[in-house]
Design a protein around this ligand. Structure first.
Ligand code: HEM
Length: 448
């Protein structure tokens, strides 16, 4: 238990790997956990032996936040889960093909406008990044977008953020490990219940609105999901319900907002530490794009920008421990026997700092991903892999590319003044790895 209570668990688990090797076991109450710390070992479990390790632990608290396991991220590997993931994956693909590029472009331009309106003042950009990333996923899911002052957007963020933060806290996980504690008052748990019911109220309102309109808008994910569930009713076997649509919507909203926003904050922070690299990216954008805004199809021609994206994903994978997997049958990893029901923690942060794979692993060096730099994107696994591969990988990759390209084409990010401290790069680790808040000036570029 004490091993799991460290304030920065990914760093602590990575340090334990120095002592015990890239695969080791932790025991907590009745639960056995295996921590995997290298990309080869993680790939063996998640990709090569995906069907052995595709499960999720069923627990008292996971059931509460996931509507009884009826969501994607926390649902165990069952026929019902497979049908739901297939349905959501299909809806997401269709909707992305239809509109993703345009939706991100619109949000990137909106973000540009917000930054210009700051007129060179020092600001914390985290909320603006969250609004931009959330609006992408909210547009895909509900077909609407909000501005920063919208009380509904603020309410939704507050409760989704709270749920993620509270669920990651030891006060809550202790209830799973020591069931006796459930008999005692627990204010943190009461807060979690309150936020879950607030979340459900907001989502229910949207879904009811959709249903009252006859949910004919299949260009929007919710419409597509509701239609898919109706179609499913007529097929034999698994039954999917509106509750599955409700929980899948929550999955997409949580997965789609804090992750991308956290990553954008990290990028700005690292660039403040290495301003000359920011200039390199800008010069590349000017030369290749000749003044126009980028398209996702330009990425092969922008290797310096892509090296920046890879390096930030390497150093700060925003879901540093993925979501714990569970062995659904007896199996093995790296030659060790792994019994059924063992919890598997893929330490993506550790794999991205493995000194056997990365030279000078703790330094920010995007150049390692340029030709001759020695770094290989094959050893990067920020989105996990196999049956549980991040469902939003396509959305996230396009967002990271377009948002970063738009921002660095139009702005130079500088410290508020020459005496201001550089952002602290250690971060705060929960389910999502975030940077501590910092202020920055987004100075509009005037030309090459
Ligand atoms: C930089 C951005 C992102 C990163 C680094 C990231 C990373 C991850 C990781 C590591 C996992 C766990 C994989 C595992 O359990 O092995 C995951 C799961 C998931 N992500 Fe993402 N993610 C990002 C953005 C998104 C976006 C934009 C969405 C939604 C559109 C999303 C939706 C999900 C969902 C639904 C799951 C659960 C998948 C499952 O359990 O089958 N993520 N993500």
């Amino acid at each position: 238990m004490t091993e799991l209570m460290h304030d920065h668990l990914p760093i602590h688990l990575t340090n334990l790997a120095k002592r015990y090797g890239n695969i080791y076991r932790l025991k907590c109450g009745n639960t056995t956990m295996i921590v995997l710390n290298s990309s080869d070992i993680i790939r063996e479990a998640l990709v090569k032996k995906w069907s052995d390790f595709a499960g999720r632990a069923v627990s008292y608290t996971a059931d509460i936040v996931s509507g009884g396991g009826r969501n994607i991220s926390l649902g165990d590997y069952t026929e019902e889960w497979k049908a739901l993931r297939r349905l959501v994956h299909g809806a997401l693909q269709r909707c992305c093909k239809h509109s993703l590029h345009n939706v991100i472009e619109r949000q990137a331009l909106q973000l540009r406008k917000v930054l210009v309106d700051y007129r060179g003042g020092a600001v914390d950009l985290s909320e603006d990044f969250t609004v931009a990333a959330s609006n992408v996923i909210i547009t895909l899911v509900f077909g609407k977008e909000y501005d920063k002052s919208s009380s509904e957007l603020q309410q939704l963020h507050r409760c989704l953020n709270e749920i993620v933060a509270l669920w990651g806290s030891t006060w809550i996980s202790a209830l799973d490990t020591f069931p006796l504690l459930r008999k005692f008052p627990n204010p943190v748990f009461s807060r979690l219940l309150r936020e879950v019911s607030r979340r459900d109220e907001i989502i229910r309102k949207h879904l009811n609105q959709f249903k009252s309109e006859g949910h004919r808008r299949t260009d929007v994910i919710t419409g597509s999901l509701l239609e898919g569930v109706d179609r499913h009713q007529t097929e034999p076997g698994v039954v999917l319900t509106d509750m599955h649509v409700h929980m899948a919507t929550v999955d997409l909203l949580i997965g789609g907002s804090e992750t991308t926003a956290a990553w954008l904050n990290w990028t700005v922070a690292f660039l403040l530490h290495r301003p000359e690299f920011q200039t390199k990216v800008y010069e590349e954008l000017c030369t290749v794009l000749e003044g126009r805004y980028p398209k996702y199809s330009d990425r092969q021609r922008l290797p310096i920008l892509c090296s920046l994206i890879h390096e930030v994903l390497r150093l700060r994978p925003v879901a540093p421990l993925a979501v714990p997997h569970k062995a659904i049958r007896d199996s093995s990893i790296a030659g060790y026997f792994i019994p059924r029901n063992t919890i598997i923690i893929p330490n993506l942060f550790g794999a991205h700092h493995d000194p056997e794979v990365w030279s000078d692993p703790y330094s920010f060096k995007p150049e390692r991903f340029l030709e001759g730099g020695g770094g290989s994107t094959r050893a990067l696994i920020p989105f996990g892999g196999g049956a549980r591969l991040c469902l939003g990988e396509t959305v996230a990759k396009m967002e990271l590319f377009l948002f970063t390209a738009y921002l660095l084409r139009d702005f130079c990010f500088v410290l508020p003044d020459s005496e201001a401290p550089l952002p602290d790069l250690r971060g705060v680790a929960s389910v999502v790895l975030k940077i501590k808040s910092f202020t920055v000036i987004a100075r509009p570029r005037t030309g090459p």
